[in-house]
Write a protein that binds this ligand. Structure first.
Ligand code: SF4
Length: 319
């Protein structure tokens, strides 16, 4: 049975110990697909409110949003403090519960390069100053990162481990239009290649089960993402969260979620096609609370993983 190359395995190999990602959510960050710069409402599957409702948002920053053209940020000190508080709480728990020894600070919610350069620089440098932090992972959109930021991250990457995570989702523009993504596939390709040329580590997020996509299309997305040179991949089934545009489509009978069998099938084929050097950072996704509308198989992560492992076994792999 061949072990799939995982992100955890990659980090362990590189740092010689357990390295955990510490997910951070900074108040004042938003997304150009939500604030009206590119579009309003966000991607059809994105429950924008969930980001701010689920973490310790700074009350004073309610309604305050940064963007690439913001000229000042009066709340930077508060954001730096928030970063420190979240990092300390989460890393402490990861050390205690899982034996984590080193950390990557993961700027996770919204678009984490969508703010003035000085703000980004201050936050990234603060994160890198914490004890046992070996690097950063920055979740963003390909239309929201500047050459200046990319160059700066490439410089940081000389001594630290810097990852950029781009939502690819699909390489089909008609699909990206349908999910109100706000950028096309050429834009993601361009910035992934630029990031790789700058020497950065890139993770690509893929979604299987987007409306009107055949299995052939999903596999073409995976194939192209691998060809663009991603180092790590996160595979997600598309599930429907309440209070989203996708939930409205689902309730009107206009969207049918991918079945577990279809997901397993496309996932196995994507894994078999995957170049050996690309590590797997996520193999599925789900939501175990009331906000999940469908499909129900995305509720229990343990059962999902069990079924994935059975499917993997049949093709001689294990996760
Ligand atoms: S890019 Fe991300 S944060 Fe922005 S709307 Fe889409 S899923 Fe939500």
């Amino acid at each position: 049975m061949e072990q799939i190359y995982t992100y955890g395995g990659y980090l362990k190999n590189k740092f010689g110990c357990k390295v955990y990602k510490v997910g951070i959510n900074i108040s004042g960050f938003t997304c150009p697909n939500i604030d009206g710069t590119v579009a309003k409402g966000g991607c059809t599957f994105c429950e924008n409110d969930s980001f701010s409702a689920s973490t310790d948002q700074v009350q004073e920053l309610k309604g305050f949003h940064l963007n690439l053209n913001s000229t000042e940020n009066p709340y930077l000190e508060k954001q730096l403090k928030q970063l420190e508080v979240q990092f300390n709480a989460i890393s402490k728990r990861q050390a205690k519960e899982y034996g984590a020894e080193k950390f990557l600070v993961y700027f996770q919610s919204f678009t984490n390069t969508y703010a003035p350069f000085d703000t980004l620089k201050a936050l990234y440098e603060k994160a890198l100053s914490f004890d046992n932090v070996v690097g950063l992972s920055i979740g963003t959109r390909s239309d929201s990162i500047t050459e200046e930021t990319l160059e700066y991250l490439a410089k940081l990457n000389e001594d630290k481990e810097i990852w950029i995570e781009f939502g690819i989702q699909s390489v089909y523009d008609e699909t990206l239009l349908k999910i109100n993504r706000g950028h096309d596939a050429a834009n993601v390709k361009e910035w992934i290649i630029k990031s790789k040329d700058a020497g950065l580590n890139v993770c690509g997020h893929l979604i299987f089960g987007l409306a009107n996509e055949t299995q052939e299309m999903m596999l073409e997305t995976a194939k192209q993402a691998y060809e663009w040179g991603i180092d790590s991949v996160k595979y997600h089934p598309l599930y429907v969260v309440k209070r989203t545009a996708l939930a409205n489509e689902y309730n009107r009978g206009e969207f049918t979620p991918i079945s577990e069998q279809e997901y397993l099938d496309v996932l196995m084929k994507s894994l078999l096609m995957k170049p050996k050097n690309v590590n797997v950072q996520r193999i599925t996704a789900g939501l175990d609370d009331d906000s999940l509308l469908a499909p129900s198989w995305c509720r229990d992560k343990n059962i999902q993983v069990k079924n994935i492992n059975s499917a993997l076994k049949k093709i001689g792999l294990k996760y």
